[in-house]
Design a protein around this ligand. Structure first.
Ligand code: CP3
Length: 340
């Protein structure tokens, strides 16, 4: 698997490529599979449908890795907090976490209730070619906490930040509980067939440096440490959206740092490449235009060139209105220009 080799900085014939949110609405096949489910959560719980959606980008795009189809919010859902996906609004959690008793009520056994995710991984791994990697994932504790405290997506994270500065002990209590649940969950994903796991630290960039390390990075790397000590042969990727300002202080036991598109890859390379493999970080909007794709991919080739330990990806997720033709063009182009 060239993806796994690249995670461990072993030589590969070209840079492996996969795309965050590669299973999604820009694919008509995805929309057809999704239409078979009652709603988005039912879709996540239907392992047969979720496995189908996981495999589509491999069949259609020939990506080097499949990311299991699910969502980061199944963890809060199975901790017992209501989660709804509202068309055009995104996730809504109508009973957010605000008090200590809200935290005490969260179930400790969410990893047991997520059996349908492990089933998705088992079905997918059986169907997937031996040279394609299967990536499991979870949200970081802080990222999940923002949804649980705010009650959905947020522009300024005011309620979660208020808790961080006015009642840090309460936030730490929630983050500790989430860290255990997420660690349990990732270990079970590996046992069900995930060849690598990615932690989506999507909203760390909302925090100033000291708060980032106190409330986010510390917990994210605790989980990575636990996975590394219990399953040392499985690479751990951390996607740090907004961590670009804090690169010099990034530490911890994991293999791959996933850079977002705000992070100059040259800076990520000089700060991290001696200790970590790098993944990323083409601006997703470049997919709207073939010329823009060529310029973006060439720039990454100039910086990461023929280095072992580089995985091509976008700097954040795909958009529903991307053209499939352009996505295929990107993948072919990357394979060509990164060939050793
Ligand atoms: O292809 C893949 O990458 C695998 C599947 C995947 C989904 N969500 C499916 C999904 C993954 C890895 C995620 C992670 C996720 N979910 C993150 C972290 C990644 C990031 O973007 O930073 C976050 C923050 C979420 C929370 C979430 N889920 C939001 C904000 C939304 C609504 C936004 C939107 O695009 O509608 C979702 C819903 C969701 N998760 C969709 C998909 C394909 C769209 C729902 C649909 O099909 O209608």
């Amino acid at each position: 698997m060239i993806f796994i080799d690249a995670c461990f900085k072993k030589p590969t014939p070209t840079a492996p490529i996969w795309l965050m949110r590669q299973a999604g609405r820009y694919l008509s096949e995805y929309r057809a599979t999704r239409a078979k489910a009652k709603n988005f959560i039912d879709f996540c719980r239907r392992s047969d449908l979720a496995a189908e959606a996981t495999l589509q980008p491999i069949d259609i795009l020939d990506a080097d890795a499949a990311i299991m189809f699910s969502d980061i919010l199944v963890v809060p859902l199975e901790m017992g907090i209501q989660v709804e996906f509202v068309e055009k609004t995104g996730p809504v959690l109508p009973s957010p976490i605000r008090t200590e008793s809200d935290i005490d009520r969260l179930a400790d056994d969410s990893a047991d209730r997520l059996e349908y995710v492990y089933e998705t991984l088992k079905i997918t791994r059986r169907a997937l070619a031996a040279d394609k990697a299967l990536i499991g994932f979870a949200g970081s504790p802080w990222t999940l906490a923002t949804y649980m405290i705010e009650g959905g997506g947020s522009k300024n994270y005011a309620i979660a930040k208020k808790m961080a500065y006015s009642n840090p002990d309460l936030l730490h209590k929630l983050l500790r509980k989430l860290s255990v649940a997420i660690g349990d969950y990732l270990l079970r994903q590996i046992d069900a067939g995930a060849d690598a796991v990615q932690i989506f630290d999507s909203w760390g960039g909302a925090l100033e440096k000291s708060a980032f390390f106190e409330f986010d990075w510390r917990y994210t790397t605790q989980i990575a440490d636990r996975v590394k000590s219990e399953r040392p042969n499985t690479p751990v990727i951390i996607f740090g959206k907004g961590a670009g300002g804090y690169l010099e202080a990034i530490d911890g036991a994991f293999e791959v740092f996933g850079a977002d598109w705000n992070t100059p890859m040259e800076r990520a390379k000089s700060a991290l490449f001696d200790r970590y493999a790098l993944q990323g970080n083409m601006e997703p909007a470049r997919l709207y235009d073939k010329k823009a794709i060529e310029i973006g991919a060439r720039e990454l080739a100039r910086i990461m060139g023929k280095e072992n330990g580089y995985i091509f990806n976008l700097g954040h997720g795909m958009q529903p209105d991307f053209s499939l033709d352009n996505v295929k063009f990107l993948i072919d182009f990357v394979r060509q220009i990164f060939a050793r």
